[in-house]
Structures are given as C-alpha cells and as structure tokens.
Design a protein around this ligand. Sequence first.
Ligand code: PLP
Length: 411
Amino acid sequence: MEFNTALLHTETAGKRGTPLEPIYQTTAFQYPTAEELERVFQGTDFGYIYTRISNPTLAAFEKKVAALEQGVGAVACASGMAAITLSLLSIVQGGQEILSGSGLYGGTFALFKELQRFGITSRWVTDNTIASFAANINEQTRLIYVESIGNPKLDVPDIAGLAELAHSRGVPLVVDNTAASPYICRPLELGADIVLHSTSKYINGSGNSIGGIIVDSGRFPWDGRRYPALQEYHKFGPYAYLARVRKGLLTDFGASMAPLAAYLNSLGLETLGLRMERICDNAQELAVFFQEQHQVTAVNYPGLESSLSRSTACQQFRGKFGGLLTVRLGSKHKAFRFIEKLKYGANLANIGDVRTLVIHPASTLCLHHTCEEREQMGVYEDLVRISVGIEDIRDLKLDFAQALDRMSLAL
Ligand code: PLP
C-alpha cells in the first residue's frame, strides 16, 4: 500500500462502520461486573478504563501514526512538549545525560535546561557531525536526541549514521520528526529507535489542536542495569518502552491527548500526503525565488544547492525537503516591516498549517534565550521563518515580492 492509500485504509478505519473512529467523549468506561473491571485492571482482559490512560479514539489515531512511522505502537500525548518530556523521562533519570543535536526547537532547548534542575544533564553538539556526537558520549549518556529537520536552524542530521553510533555505545536514538513529517522522512526505517511528533503541526495540518505522539520501533534492547526504569516492563517484549510510557509517566503525569484532538488529528492525517507534496513544492520554489531577490541577504532551505544539509537530506528524505525556510533581511527593523506588509503570511507562533505562516523568532520564540543560544539555534535578529502553506504559488510569490518592495520603501 502506498502512502496516501495507507492514510485512508489503515486497519483502524471503518471498524465500527464509520470511516473514522468516532469521538469517545467520555472520562471512563463502564463494565457490567466488578470481576470484568478487575480483569481489565489486572491486564488479563483487554479493555479501556479511563481516558487519561487510553481511549478508542486515541487508539485509532495512535495505530495510524505507528503504521506510518513503521513502529510497533504509539502513545498520543497532550502536546508535542508532553511527548518529548514523557519520551525522555521514561528513559533517563537524575545523574544521567542526554546528548542532543545542535538545531533544536526553542521549547525543547528550554526543557533540557529545566531538566538540569532534576539532575539530568544535557550536552549539545555545536555541529551535527558524527565525530562531534562520538566525542561527547560518555558513561552517563543514556540517549541521543535530534530533530530530523532542526526548527528553525533547518539542519539535517545523518540519522542512519547516528543510529549506528548510538547502538555501538548502547544507547537509543530519539528523533523529533515534526518538521519533516512521515511523508518525507521515516527515522525508524533509517535505524532510529524512537520517533516523536508535535501533532499540532503537519499531522493536524489546520492548526486546530495541540497534541503530540511517541512511536517506538520495539527494537532497542533495554539493558536493565543501564535503564532500571524499564526493568519491570521487560515482560512486554517489544512493547516494553511503550508500556513504560503509558503505564508509567503518561498515567502519572496525566499528559494525555483529548479525544476531540485525536479525532481532529486523524482527520488531518488523511490529507497529509497531499498537503506535504504541495507544501514542499511551494517551499522549494519560494526558496529559489528568495535567492533571486536583492533585498534578501540569505536563504536557508535544505532543498537548495547552497544548503550544507542538502546531501544528507537527499539521502534520507523522499525527494522533498519540507515546508520550512528562513530568510535574512539585513536588520530586525526590515524583518518587522516585511512581516507587516504580507497579505497571506499569517504572523503567528506555529508551523505546519495549510496556510502560510511567518514569524520573527528572535523577538518571539527565542525571546528568553541568550545570544549564544540563539546562534546555536540558527536564530538571528534579521531572520524570518516561513512555514509555507498550500496557497497557489503565484499568489505567494506576488505577496512576498510586494512585501519585500514595501519593506524597503518603509525604511
Ligand atoms: N517539536 C518541534 C520541532 C516543534 O516545532 C514544536 C512546537 O513548535 C514542538 C516540538 C512542541 O510542540 P507543541 O507545541 O505541540 O507542544
């Protein structure tokens, strides 16, 4: 089954005579006898108990994403940040370390700093070379973490190479695949162990609900001495990690996805392939267009010949390079004028929408980061991030061209 067919015909659809699993808008699930509920709690019978743990609408969404990412299963969470937090804290504990790539989403960067208060150290490599990662792994390292396309740095790590390195040192590779989406990148197929998404972005596609999801390959051999938190879940075999996430931190922290969000995400997912194809084509064309504009001092897009990430992206992406690009315009003032002159680019803090979105990261998403941290994230005072939408490319080009012209006149 090809990608778009799979989006519509994965086994979850139509089970109860509806194309999409309905919204089970309930807190808990009733059983006729005390014995039955006891068996469900014991795990000897399968059944739903309480929506904080699982729910049929969530399960259908999880099954679809797990199939797309080629994992053994998935756990849906309240947000992308919840997915990142739960995925990592299910593995590491105080006194241990996370080794991460250079181009991270600002919220993840902030989380890693927060985790230092809990005794979990994060080490960042300043470039994404295998040699830099290898040089920074030590006895305390318990996982390597990267984004398949750094947001907004737009760097692309060598996932297969990192997986090989991670495994040779006995640690898993965790990949945030939000910016690429499973349409262009499948980290588990490249050797990664765990993949996660902020579903608030491309998976949902219309910016109508916050969510996250964790997918596991089921392949990583969790050594009980190095990963004591997983020991009691070894009995679940390839589902050990997902059982740890669901029965452990998801249940304890209460960061579950709401049924309505799961429904909206399942609905959005159906058009992921069509949207991404159009978005990536638009982004590629716009990146070339911006390169030709004299007001633009730099364009970053992994699909450009000039991009340092292009060769890695060509190897591990499916011929497309995503929907994010950044432009540098010479000053913060120019960046602000450019944004205000746009007719179609909505100035808001999100990516992955069908609409084109723009933002000035330095004054918003990265407001509380130091200059050094911003540079590490690829954020500069004159940089604007564009999340390209599905509008007609001619309209987008005309709009960006008039905004660049009027930006210069407004100085
Ligand atoms: N990962 C990436 C790459 C993101 O861009 C974001 C949000 O922008 C997140 C994770 C966090 O997701 P959420 O906003 O759904 O918590």
